[in-house]
Design a protein around this ligand. Structure first.
Ligand SMILES: Cc1cc2nc3c(=O)[nH]c(=O)nc-3n(C[C@H](O)[C@H](O)[C@H](O)COP(=O)(O)OP(=O)(O)OC[C@H]3O[C@@H](n4cnc5c(N)ncnc54)[C@H](O)[C@@H]3O)c2cc1C
Length: 484
């Protein structure tokens, strides 16, 4: 290390922290910044919520199982890491999903995108909605656009445009399947801005979506139902390869696992990170990639307003349950990507992925891999004990999918307070956080609490954070050169 080396400490070793380190090391090399990068991770492994387990030829994802290609940062990073050739798409034959109604799985009609239909024929035929419910939804084509530009909840938006049934039967379970959160509280602008934009541009959601889909003319767009599964990719060897590749690329960084950061304060010309056990690390810059509540606690001494903003971003818990069955144990053919469960069905199950249908190579011939999700109260340890939650999920799956006997293998995992909820007004909050950060050179925040919870969003936030820190370090270097 040269005498001029600048030190950066990155807190949190999930995909955001790993990508930030990778970008900082790249910038250091390209811009002659001579940066010494430290990564501090509380748990004993890297990757955060990304973790793949392979047992007896079955590939189980404990956390995320794929990411979107429509946001370029994910695929771009994979290409750079030499993982482009490992990316696999979803099974083209079964790019559709179901929604539970009573004890029946009903197909999401073709041409129904998350909150709204854009093809009339399949929508008219679906038994998911009542005739009156459909009539109310169709009124979208006549309704005026909302006055003003204020944010509103996803639920208010769907009720306003399509009525209560559209919300309860389709939008709520779709939104819960993605965000594990209540659409009554989630911000439309921060979570699904595309729908806000369509209303502004086209007035009617149905007509606007139709135009957009026609313009896109994508093969998958016409036949897809529910989420656009043609845009999802994973890795042949599971999501863990992304973590492994990043960990390899940052071999130039000083990585410490099993080490919790406790607080941050300014010191002369830089920052001081307090670690558990009383150790202190002085540094020129810090990037905090922790969940928002942990980030808020870290920053209590640096800026109370910033800390409060962060602490007021709530996070939801999720539980995932991977289950392996012999094919003959499951009556349902699993010819889809999975299903979602409306809250009005009063189940513990939030959603279920048919993992061995969704991606090739997840289970050996003759075996099926299913992944069940629970969210909300039930998924948090304060809600249901592990054995109670597992029992309920097994019982519900047994009835819905016609399963007989016990699973051959299973992996149950809880992610406590791990998915931030973007409440109404979230974008204003992010604006205030960004303003606070402007007054704190050498400090950056990144992760899933700000501008998107998906993996590509986290990668983008890491890219931006590394750029901010590199810029701040360059500014310090040039000030020193000028002798100021
Ligand atoms: C179950 C589940 C399924 C998901 N599915 C998908 C999906 O299919 N596709 C998709 O795009 N996204 C998905 N997401 C979202 C996405 O995976 C996450 O938003 C993203 O991986 C978060 O990465 P991160 O690095 O920002 O945070 P994390 O992965 O949460 O990493 C934060 C790290 O900080 C560490 N830490 C916490 N406190 C401290 C401290 N005080 N000191 C030091 N270290 C600390 C933690 O141990 C952790 O390793 C899913 C999320 C979950 C929970």
């Amino acid at each position: 290390m040269t005498r001029d080396a600048r030190r950066v400490v990155v807190l949190g070793g999930g995909v955001t922290g790993l990508t930030t380190c990778y970008r900082l090391l790249q910038a250091s090399k390209e811009q002659n910044l001579f940066t010494e990068v430290h990564l501090i991770e509380a748990s004993h492994r890297l990757g955060g919520v990304i973790e793949t387990e392979i047992t007896d030829g079955v590939l189980m994802e404990k956390g995320p199982d794929c990411f979107l290609t429509s946001k370029p940062e994910g695929v771009e990073l994979c290409e750079e890491l030499g993982l482009g050739g490992e990316l696999i798409g979803t099974n083209e034959r079964y790019r559709r999903s179901f929604v539970l109604r009573g004890d029946e799985l009903l197909p999401v009609p073709e041409g129904y995108y998350l909150l709204a239909p854009y093809r009339i024929g399949p929508f008219m035929m679906t038994p998911i909605f009542s005739p009156l419910g459909k009539l109310r939804m169709a009124m979208d084509v006549l309704m005026p656009r909302k006055k003003g530009d204020a944010d509103e909840s996803l639920a208010d938006f769907v009720r306003r445009r399509f009525g209560r049934e559209a919300l309860e039967r389709m939008a709520q379970p779709m939104v819960a399947g993605i965000y594990s959160a209540d659409p009554e509280r989630l911000s439309l602008k921060a979570t699904m801005p595309q729908f806000h934009e369509i209303e502004r541009e086209h007035r009617s959601l149905i007509l606007g979506l139709r135009k957009r889909m026609q313009r896109r003319g994508s093969g998958e767009g016409v036949s897809a139902s529910g989420p656009r599964y043609g845009l999802f990719v994973s890795f042949a060897r599971g999501m863990g390869v992304l973590v492994d590749a990043l960990a390899e690329k940052i071999s130039g960084a000083m990585v410490r696992t099993g080490c919790r950061a406790e607080s941050l304060e300014r010191n002369e010309g830089g920052w001081r990170v307090h670690l558990q056990g009383g150790e202190k690390v002085d540094t020129d810059a810090v990037c905090v990639t922790l969940p928002p509540s942990a980030a808020g606690r870290m920053l209590e001494r640096v800026s109370p307003p910033l800390s409060e903003e962060l602490m007021s971003i709530p996070s939801g818990s999720l539980a995932t349950f991977n289950l392996v069955y012999r094919a003959e144990q499951v009556a349902n053919p699993l010819h889809a990507m999975g299903f979602v469960v409306p809250a009005m069905e009063n189940k513990t199950l939030l959603a279920c992925s048919f993992s061995s249908t969704k991606f090739a190579g997840r289970a050996p011939e003759g075996k099926l891999l299913i992944r069940a999700f629970a969210g909300g109260e039930a998924a948090s340890r304060a809600g249901l004990a592990d054995d109670e939650l597992v029992r309920k999920l097994l019982e519900e799956l047994r009835l819905i999918l016609g399963i007989s006997g016990e699973p051959e293998a299973s992996v149950f995992y809880r992610y406590e307070e791990s998915l931030p909820h973007y409440l109404v007004g979230h974008l204003d909050k992010v604006g205030r956080i960004e303003d606070e950060l402007k007054a704190a050179p050498g400090l950056a925040l990144a992760g899933n609490a700000y501008c998107g919870v998906g993996i590509p969003d986290c990668i983008k936030s890491a890219n931006d954070a590394a750029e901010k820190i590199s810029g701040d370090l360059r500014a310090v270097n040039s000030r020193e050169k000028r002798g100021q």
